[in-house]
Write a protein of this length. Sequence first.
Length: 107
Amino acid sequence: MKRLLLALALIAVRAEALDDAAAKRFFNATGCNGCHAVDEQRIGPRFRDVANRYRAEGEAATARLAAKIRSGGAGNWGLVPMVGNPKLTTEQARAIATWIVALPEKP
Ligand code: HEC
């Protein structure tokens, strides 16, 4: 079942622009939601806070976040590092980074 969901999510993120339902499936299938939620603080920052911090930077922020989603990193939100997700393709990481940065300022 988990494999099937992952396959579906990965097909879904192949599209350039992700809709909200596809993003949610992606977060479930890849485990991002173990550490992140859009509006709830978990181990990692709220995705809405991420969007609010980087929105004005546009493309530069999207590219940087996509790279960090794949390789992991630390230092922007506190002391806890994010593990890498090297199984994601650059296109998948880009699609999800684009969706995160495009979140509106308020719920
Ligand atoms: C094991 C916990 C964990 C998992 C799983 C995880 N993250 Fe993170 N994430 C973090 C932490 C902790 C940070 C804060 C890192 C920092 O301070 O720079 C973070 C930061 C981020 C940031 C902001 C980076 C920055 O430089 O501002 C984005 C975007 C992000 N995560 C997306 C994702 C996505 C997408 C996934 C799933 C593919 C994911 N994360 C999976 C813990 C996690």
